[in-house]
Design a binder for this molecule. Structure first.
Ligand code: NAP
Length: 305
C-alpha cells in the first residue's frame, strides 16, 4: 500500500509524517512542493510513474485566505487547476484520491446554514449537528471559491475520490491560530478576538489519523466503491475564535486580558463564514470513527508545544 502525499511541508503533511511510524504496513511517499508541484502536469506524471501509488492525499493547497483576495489567479491555479491535475493523474494510475477541502466553501449568510443557527444563543437550532455534506455551498471569498472549484473538478474527473472537508486546522506544525495566540501572548498584555464566528477547531493529527482510517477501510473491504464522495471531518463540539483563544490560554495558564469583539470590529480582506460547524454523522457511521472533542485534542496538541 503506497500512499503519496502532496504538500508534505504543510500542517497536514507534517501531521501525517509525525504518525507514519505507527503504520509500518503503509509505504508513505511525502512530496513537498519542490518535489511535486501539483500545477505542473509533467511533474505529476513523473512522480506517479515512479511511485505508482494506491492512494494519494492531496494536502497541497493555497491557504492564504486574505491574500487570495488580491491574487485570485494564484489561488485558482493551485486549488482548482492543481486539483484537476491530481484528479487526472489519479485516474491514469487508478489511484484513490483523498482530496482535502474546507468549511470555507460555506457562507452562513447565504447557504442553508442560516436556517440552522441561532445568532442570539450561538447554537445550532433544534437538534441538528451542523452543516451536512449535502448542504449547498456558497463561498464568500476567493479561497473558498477556488477550493469549491477544486472539489468540483475532482468530482467531475475521477470517481474514486474522497473529498474531506475540514475546519479551523491547527497543530504544533506550521502557522495557525493556536500558534499565533501563543506568540501574541508573549508580545502583548491584551488581545481582542472575534466572538461571533462559530465553528470547530480540528487538530491536524486527528485529521491525519482519520485519513489513514479511511484508507485502511478501503483496503479491508471490497465494497468501498459504494462509499466515495464528500465527508466532513473536524473535532467534536463548537466554539468561537474567542472561546478557542480562551481555552488555549487557560490550558497553558497564560495570564492575558482577553476581550471578545464582533466580526464588525475586526475587518479582514476576506469574509469568513459566520457559522461553519460540520456535521460528522456520515464519516463516523461509514468508517466507524471516534472523534475527540476539540478541547481534549487541544490539550494533546498543547503538550507538544
Ligand atoms: N489551515 C486551515 O485552517 C484549514 C482549514 C480547513 C481546510 N484546510 C485545508 O486543509 C488542507 C491542508 O491545509 P494545511 O493547513 O496543511 O495547509 P498549509 O500548511 O498551508 O500547507 C499547504 C502546503 O501546500 C503546498 N503547496 C502550495 N502550492 C503547491 C503546489 N503548487 N504544489 C504542491 N504543493 C503546494 C505548500 O508548500 P509551500 O509551503 O512550499 O508553498 C504547503 O506546504 C488544505 O487543502 C486546506 O485548504 C485548511
Amino acid at each position: 500500500m503506497v500512499v503519496l502525499i502532496t504538500g508534505a511541508n504543510g500542517q497536514l503533511g507534517q501531521a501525517l509524517f509525525s504518525i507514519e511510524r505507527n503504520y509500518p504496513s503503509i509505504d508513505f511517499v511525502f512530496c513537498n512542493s519542490k518535489e511535486l508541484d501539483i500545477t505542473n502536469k509533467e511533474n505529476c506524471k513523473q512522480v506517479f510513474e515512479k511511485h505508482n501509488p494506491s492512494f494519494c492525499i492531496n494536502a497541497a493547497a493555497y491557504t492564504a485566505v486574505d491574500k487570495a483576495e488580491t491574487e485570485p489567479d494564484k489561488a485558482f491555479e493551485i486549488n482548482a487547476n492543481g486539483a484537476e491535475n491530481i484528479a487526472e493523474i489519479c485516474k491514469t494510475y487508478n489511484t484513490i484520491l483523498l482530496h482535502i477541502s474546507t468549511d470555507f466553501v460555506f457562507d452562513a449568510y447565504y447557504s442553508k446554514s442560516t436556517a440552522y443557527y441561532d445568532k442570539e444563543l450561538r447554537l445550532p437550532l433544534k437538534s441538528n449537528l451542523g452543516l451536512t455534506e449535502t448542504d449547498v455551498p456558497f463561498p464568500s471569498g476567493i479561497y473558498g471559491l477556488t477550493k469549491l472549484q477544486g472539489e468540483q473538478v475532482v468530482q467531475h474527473l475521477w470517481k474514486k475520490h474522497f473529498i474531506i472537508r475540514t475546519s479551523w486546522l491547527y497543530s504544533e506544525f506550521g502557522t495557525n491560530f493556536m500558534k499565533t495566540m501563543l506568540r501574541l501572548a508573549t508580545e502583548r498584555d491584551t488581545l481582542s478576538v472575534v466572538n461571533d464566528q462559530i465553528g470547530t477547531p480540528t487538530y491536524a493529527v486527528d485529521l491525519a489519523e482519520a485519513l489513514i482510517t479511511i484508507m485502511l477501510f478501503c483496503t479491508s473491504r471490497n465494497d468501498w466503491d459504494n462509499f466515495y464522495g464528500i465527508y466532513n471531518f473536524s473535532n467534536e463540539g463548537q466554539c468561537s475564535w474567542y472561546d478557542f483563544a480562551k481555552e488555549i490560554f487557560n490550558e497553558k495558564d497564560i495570564k492575558i486580558n482577553l476581550h471578545s469583539i464582533p466580526t464588525t470590529s475586526y475587518s479582514t480582506p476576506a469574509k469568513r463564514p459566520q457559522y461553519s460547524v460540520l456535521d460528522k454523522t456520515k464519516i463516523k457511521e461509514v468508517f466507524a470513527l471516534n472523534i475527540q472533542n476539540w478541547k481534549r485534542s487541544l490539550q494533546d496538541c498543547l503538550q507538544k508545544v
